[in-house]
Design a protein around this ligand. Sequence first.
Ligand code: NDP
Length: 434
Amino acid sequence: KVRNAHEPEFLQAVYEVAESVVPFSEKNPKYKINKILERMTEPERVIIFRVPWLNDKGGVEINRGFRVQMNSAIGPYKGGLRFHPSVTLSVLKFLAFEQVLKNSLTGLPMGGGKGGSDFDPKGKSDAEVMKFCQSFMTELYRHVGADVDVPAGDIGVGAREIGFLFGQYKRIKGEFTGVLTGKGNEWGGSLIRPEATGYGVVYFVQEMLKARGDVLKGKTVVVSGSGNVAQYTVEKCIEEGAKVVTLSDSEGFIYDPEGIDTAKLRFVMELKNTQRGRIKEYAEKFGCEFFPGQKPWGIKCDIAFPNATQNELDDTDARVLIDNGCICVAEGANMPSTPEAIQVFEQAKILYAPGKAANAGGVAVSGLEMSQNSLRYSWGREKIDDKLKSIIQQIHESCVKYGTEEDGYVNYEKGANIAGFVKVADAMIAQGIV
Ligand code: NDP
């Protein structure tokens, strides 16, 4: 705690895991004796670097770049890059720590890492984003590689940024390798990767509902965010017959009581991915209400998907959701619920899926992209979607195995933490004190 005193998000993520893993280690002393949790909470390596670039007016801009290489016990470091002004070392350490357990849960051979910058792509021209990405990769390239560390996208890093980063890596190294995932389909990307996180979180909810003899069809759903994860959550919900009534961004949320249909979703995708506009334009276009500065948790729903960012849902929001009849919360984002909110969900014994289990579909398909790159081959859409579904089913089973309590309630948080921990811990013990 003293060593990381100025890292609140990292401490929050570690405490949340320690609550399940410490009692488990007490019962399985080999983990305690080998100080596995203590070792897992210290990154193997952190790289911090200067990112200078020229804006369109010819002025010099400086940002800070990071890569946290957290754990490589079960495979090369793997995890996204985030470009957002709120990025700090604490935020990236929390994300990297969560990523280690998440990647382990997928069953694929991937260690955990995370990186990014306090650069804000919002309001920047394509040329400025390109210059920033090139400068960022000019330093990062020496620390990553297809068998070393394979970054991907996250908040503020989508197809455009991955393209610029990949182009610069290829130019410096003079080789075409799978050093990043989330690449375009024509140049080494995998089908279903853009959809994978959003689809995966919906598949996870379907597994949870199925275990209670329930289905997604006919349910009312609220979603926060309107980026990659939110968009494909909505797409899959529509396909499965659920009604999605909200989307948000950092300026507020829209409430469409009629439900977001496929045509409206196409508008959102064009608005957010191409025009880089604001979600309030949805309200103007379709004549529904926009709530500035607010989050959508007050809207009555059966299922909530917090899909924007960390700590966006607190205990007051959690109580409102439950009072309004919400039966399930599944995290598309990483750590969107505060510890107090999680307590409210678990006390009410509603279905609660933590991000490291529910949103693992994205990194799982990134893992499949790495496999396809190694094979120099591309699999078809159906094959990848089937693999994604079976990985999500297997994560659900692992959560049930380690998280079922005496009264039959499945504590998915505990289940995900322990299941993710065991595999990494066993590999660390086998590899000695390194
Ligand atoms: P995007 O950048 O595509 O979208 C992010 C969305 O969240 C935007 O609507 C953005 O609004 C909103 N948002 C971001 N920061 C804030 C903030 N501080 N306050 C309010 N709203 C905010 O990112 P993704 O959809 O890729 O990521 C969303 C979440 O999902 C993150 O927690 C990420 O770590 C997690 N995740 C993503 C995966 C992926 O494959 N992409 C995989 C697993 C998890 P605005 O445009 O106004 O900033």
